[in-house]
Design a protein around this ligand. Structure first.
Ligand code: KG4
Ligand code: ZN
Length: 345
């Protein structure tokens, strides 16, 4: 299939919704010229989660340098930027305003249009990002898409029939998938963030060692992970009461398999029900190797999963979502506020 021709436009993206300060430059629908991510993970590890005030103060310290570096690495100046895309929500209010104010300052200084981007839309558009020096870029996702968006704060299923058009099918009723990874990691005394730690422990464990529940919520497109988390807690308590050593690797592997089973089953069913051409998985949890392998081996339709470096928070995805908003004529005003609970659909 021939690749679409793109409206030429170069977008500077800025992301600061949680604990990553990021800036990136993309052009023509996701061609990546630069991407800089300053992670605060080490700062928050001591708290076992993101400490909001620490996060916003750190964004203030790093945002200027990160944006400057992104422009420098892309070998461009502000005069070469057609629009600035900035995460407006969902996220931590105190963190979002730092990125927003940086973007507004640049927009005023350079007389450049500004576009507010939904962070979840950014995760979706991470599947459109392509390396600028890849001689054979893979084709872009084809609509209609069923999207599984699994991050620290969200576990959502959407149907996307065209650019910027989403229909929410369902989502978690309690914990997000990434949140479940983080909470179970804490129970198993694994380091923060929990997802990568559980994945690492699970590689040495037996996924069949414990039969954890799969909450299927038949007849709906919703998810629930709190029962699974409680089941892990109960087993951990029992083992501790019996003064046995925790079989951390087996618990991690069995937990991970339970999460992957539920996400896979429901997403494949939605793809069939809505006759999706392809599936798109995005958000931090899509970095999980077991999840990626399960989808790649079991899905009857093509599965788009962003490169690992684009699964967790970054600004390339925000710039790319901003590109599609820009070419669809979206412009926002300088009085745009942060939108901490912004829903995608
Ligand atoms: O998308 P993201 O970077 O931030 C949010 O928008 O929330 O996602 C972060 C979440 C965390 O809960 C983290 O534990 C999880 O993604 N995560 C993973 C993996 N890498 C990150 N979960 C499972 N396996 C991984 N390899
Ligand atoms: Zn995210």
């Amino acid at each position: 299939m021939p690749e679409t021709t793109f409206t030429p436009a170069r977008i500077l993206g800025i992301e600061s919704s949680c604990d990553e300060t990021a800036a990136a430059v993309v052009e023509n629908g996701g061609m990546l010229l630069s991407s800089v991510v300053a992670s605060q993970v080490d700062l928050h590890a001591a708290y076992g989660g993101v400490f909001p005030e620490v996060a916003s103060r750190q964004h203030i310290k790093t945002v200027y340098g990160v944006v400057d570096q992104a422009l420098h690495k892309a070998h461009i100046g502000l005069g070469d930027v057609d629009a600035i895309a900035v995460t407006r929500g969902p996220g931590l209010a105190g963190s979002l305003v730092v990125g927003l104010n940086m973007a507004k300052g640049i927009a005023v200084a350079g007389d450049i249009p500004i576009i507010g981007v939904n962070h979840l839309e950014g995760h979706v558009y991470s599947a459109w990002v392509r390396s600028a020096n890849d001689p054979h870029p893979s084709p872009h996702p084809q609509f209609p898409l069923v999207i599984l968006l699994v991050s620290g704060g969200h576990s959502e299923l959407y149907l996307m029939e065209d650019h910027l058009r989403y229909r929410r099918l369902g989502g978690t009723l309690d914990d997000a998938a990434g949140e479940a990874f983080d909470k179970v990691a804490r129970l198993l005394e694994l380091s923060y963030p929990g997802g990568p730690s559980i994945q690492k422990a699970a590689e040495q464990g037996d996924p069949k060692a414990f039969q954890f529940p799969r909450t299927r919520l038949e007849g709906s497109w919703d998810f629930s992970f709190s029962g699974l988390k409680t089941a892990v807690l109960r087993i951990v308590r029992k083992i501790e009461e019996d003064h046995q050593a925790l079989p951390v690797n087996d618990l991690a592997a069995s937990f991970q398999e339970a999460v992957v089973d539920v996400l896979l089953e429901k997403t494949l069913r939605a793809a069939e029900e809505f006759s999706a051409s392809e599936i798109l998985i995005a958000g931090g949890v899509s970095a999980n190797r077991a999840l990626r392998e399960a989808f790649q081996s079991k899905s009857p339709v093509k599965v788009n999963i962003p490169h690992i470096s684009l699964c967790t928070d970054n600004a390339a995805m925000i710039a790319t979502a901003g590109y599609y908003r820009f070419v669809h004529g979206v412009r926002d005003s300088l009085d745009m506020d942060a939108f901490p609970n912004w829903r995608l659909a």
